[in-house]
Design a protein around this ligand. Structure first.
Ligand code: GLC
Length: 750
């Protein structure tokens, strides 16, 4: 039980926090917000903090009883601030009219939706986009998603997800930017800019949402929704940087997360939401909870009951309650009793109203409800071109030992094997709740657009039944009856394209795996086909890093295509036939075995990193420490040569780096030059390598380019165990090259 004096101190701290971090809108907007708030009752203010999911056909009969009826009444009473999972101009207009015309003050609604990698025209999954290291393309991809979503009435997306993760067992790695905070930060900003554009009041821009704040990607054992218990150094140096970058980049909303962080649920976490996000970083948008994450604080053992949920969540800085019903049912009594100060409510409501003003919703609540835009923009051909470009840039050539790629366009007999080769759903990936099924260009369709010398045999089913966004895919673990004809086809073909990997819904939320091998009977199919023909091009289609040591050892060519969205097959065909030279680099380490996980490049040294003849060093008895494919790895159809690395310290915390890169091959290509440093001695040990700069550029055969990088305090410093950013003099190592394990090395002293 909190003693009164402590409680009073706590409330005072919250008041200070609200005052310090209360948003600083423009004077005119501030005046409008003030004016509106003076008119609002406490119930109406609390209503703005209430986010409901729509679960009735809005254009259908009005719900007469149950939760849907309550929601309908609350909409009319002005007790709802936003809706989620409502889309389509007609549906949105219906609800907006209800809120604006029926409620006393007519405050317009936000309409939030998970526009994660596209609305109808689907881009590659975010992890694939991260593999492009092409920030402009990533921004453009989010721009296209925003244009289509805004045309469907949506003005707020629950994206970008920016959870750093090192654990491929976690199904949501498909949704993020990989394992590195520097790359993850750059991608987060690019996606926020794509969604929000330069003018949030424009009809084709929508509010973005940095999620999940924070630490969700460090769920223990890679099991979704599991406990997160990490040190301050990991929190500040690995987890928080993308969120800080997104806040500095102007993201308007932040979503907290399901997990506890070091024993405190994120939704009730004052350190995260008030101390760091709002006070230290000055975030002036609003925080929304994740789906019922408020109520889950009871299950966590942090809240006594729903009233306590509302008290803890509101006081800790969770401004809007998604589907817990805790605020709408309990906040008024909590304010009346003094357990939640009205200043907490006012701060939250200001933040929410500010975003609505910025979106232009008070000027025109129906601006996103134009049926002509919806008809003209959804599936627009320009959007197909944009996602095709993004898809081509997202692929990673892992291996091409015997140069089977690019395929010759001369006539040759090409066998195409694998259920995923003819699958028009899985390439769409997970987190596509607005998309239309079976709308991806399949690999087979893409290849047939190049040549009719293609023969397709499935070989084996991947799943035994189709599945949906809400359920897992039942995997075929036993039926090998199709192997025979696949092997026969392979034996009489010049080259075999095998498309293997995961079903589109084998990754994503709630889809953690304890194994990272090829699901079902695919590995056996691969080995059976290999016996008949070793000229195999393995095309991987998956939502997470996979452990494929046999393939890495035996298959001459491996192309990682992830799940590339609507234009998947066309993009893959263009790469296979060399019309696009693959340029992607891994944003996440591929393990040799799941036993190595979590495995990541920016690890600490340990005190015993080096092999000795005795067992007393950091290793496994049954597996190498090294990854199968390292962070930053990716080949090309050409080769790049690095030379003339120069490193010059030009200030107390400023280093100029130069390197020359030459295209030493026969075809034009794009390269991602990566800059890694190591702070060799620090008050808190630093990783053996940290990405601190990169550039993606293209070179013609024989062409050279000198690249320049500048490292400043921001790149050279780190957060200590008190969360303080420091930079310390001393020796640094540096490596500039084509991956996290290959490049020119040097050192400098600050
Ligand atoms: C989900 C996800 C979150 C999503 C929200 C609304 O459970 O965790 O990322 O935005 O609910 O769909």
């Amino acid at each position: 039980m909190i003693r009164n004096s402590t409680f009073r101190l706590w409330t005072m701290l919250i008041l200070i926090s609200c005052a310090c971090s209360s948003p600083k809108p423009s004077n005119e907007m501030n005046a409008k917000i003030n004016d509106l708030m003076t008119q609002m009752t406490l119930e109406e203010k609390i209503g703005q903090m209430n986010l409901y999911n729509g679960f009735w056909e809005v254009t259908g009969p009005v719900p007469q009883e149950g939760a849907a009826a309550d929601k309908y009444q609350h909409l009319k009473q002005g007790y709802v601030g936003a809706m989620l999972n409502i889309h389509g101009v007609e549906n949105v207009r219906q609800l907006q009219e209800l809120a604006v015309n029926e409620s006393r003050l007519g405050i317009p609604l936000l309409f939030g939706y998970d526009v994660i990698h596209g609305y109808k025209t689907l881009a590659p999954i975010p992890l694939a986009e991260a593999a492009s290291w092409d920030l402009e393309a990533i921004q453009q991809s989010a721009r296209v998603a925003a244009i289509e979503a805004s045309a469907a009435g949506i003005n707020w997306t629950f994206a970008p997800m920016m959870d750093i993760s090192r654990d491929a067992r976690w199904g949501r790695v498909m949704e993020g930017g990989g394992e590195d905070p520097y790359l993850g930060s750059k991608i987060a900003v690019a996606r926020v800019r794509g969604f929000q554009g330069d003018d949030l009041s424009a009809v084709n821009t929508i509010a973005a949402c940095a999620k999940h704040f924070a630490g969700y990607g460090f769920a223990e054992a890679g099991r979704d929704y599991n406990t997160v218990d990490i040190g301050t150094s990991t929190l500040y140096n690995m987890v928080l940087p993308p969120f800080k970058a997104a806040v500095d980049g102007g993201v308007r909303t932040v979503m907290n997360s399901f997990n506890v962080l070091n024993g405190i649920p994120a939704t009730g976490n004052t350190l995260l939401q008030r101390d760091i996000l709002k006070r230290s970083w000055g975030f002036d948008g609003f925080v929304v909870s994740d789906w019922a994450s408020g109520n889950e604080m009871i299950t966590h053992g942090f809240a006594r009951d729903y009233s306590h949920v509302a008290e803890l969540a509101a006081n800790s800085g969770s401004d809007m309650d998604m589907e817990s019903y805790a605020y709408v049912k309990h906040l008024k009594a909590l304010v009346d009793s003094g357990k939640v100060d009205i200043s907490v409510i006012d701060d939250a409501v200001r933040r929410i109203l500010k975003v609505k003003f910025e979106l232009g919703l008070f000027d025109d609540p129906y601006k996103y409800c134009d049926p002509d835009r919806e008809k003209d923009l959804i599936y627009h051909e320009d959007h197909q071109k944009a996602v095709l470009d993004m898809a081509k840039k997202s692929m990673v050539l892992l291996k091409n030992e015997t140069k089977l790629l690019p395929l010759s366009k001369e006539q040759q007999k090409i066998a195409v094997i694998g259920a995923l080769a003819n699958d028009k759903n899985s390439p769409l990936g997970s987190w596509r709740i607005s998309s239309d099924d079976n709308t991806a260009v399949s690999v087979l369709e893409g290849l047939l657009s190049y040549t009719d010398q293609v023969t397709y045999i499935k070989g084996a089913e991947l799943v035994t039944a189709e599945t949906t966004f809400r359920h897992e895919a039942p995997i075929n673990e036993i039926d090998k009856s199709g192997f025979g004809e696949a092997v026969t086809l392979a034996g009489k073909s010049d080259v075999v394209v095998m498309v293997l990997g995961e079903h589109g819904f084998q990754s994503g939320e709630g889809r953690s795996r304890t194994r990272l091998d090829l699901p079902g009977v695919q590995q056996e199919l691969l080995e059976a086909v290999y016996e008949a023909n070793q000229n195999i091009i393995l095309v991987l289609m998956n939502g997470r890093p996979l452990a494929i040591p046999w393939a890495a050892e035996n298959i001459p060519t491996i192309l990682e295509t992830w799940q590339l969205g609507s234009q998947s097959g066309n993009a893959i065909a263009q790469v296979l036939f060399g019309d696009y030279n693959p340029s992607g680099k891994l944003p996440m380490t591929f393990p040799r075995s799941v036993g190595q996980v979590p495995i990541f490049y920016n690890h600490f040294s340990t005190g015993r990193p080096d092999a000795t003849e005795m067992v007393f060093w950091s290793h496994y008895m049954d597996e190498s420490n090294s990854p199968l494919y390292p962070f930053g790895h990716g080949l090309s159809y050409t080769t790049f040569n690095y030379s003339d690395l120069t490193v010059e310290v030009t200030g107390s915390a400023e280093v100029d780096v130069q390197v020359a890169v030459t295209n030493s091959g026969q075809v034009a290509g794009e390269e991602v030059a990566q800059v890694y440093i190591r702070d060799v001695v620090a008050s808190v040990v630093r990783p053996v390598k940290e990405l601190k700069a990169f550039k993606k550029f293209s070179l013609d055969p024989g062409q050279s380019q000198t690249l320049e990088f500048k490292l400043t305090e921001k790149e050279l410093g780190y957060y200590d165990n008190e969360g303080k950013f420091i930079i310390e003099p001393g020796k640094f190592e540096i490596m500039v090259g084509t991956s996290s394990v290959e490049g020119l090395t040097g050192e400098f002293v600050l």
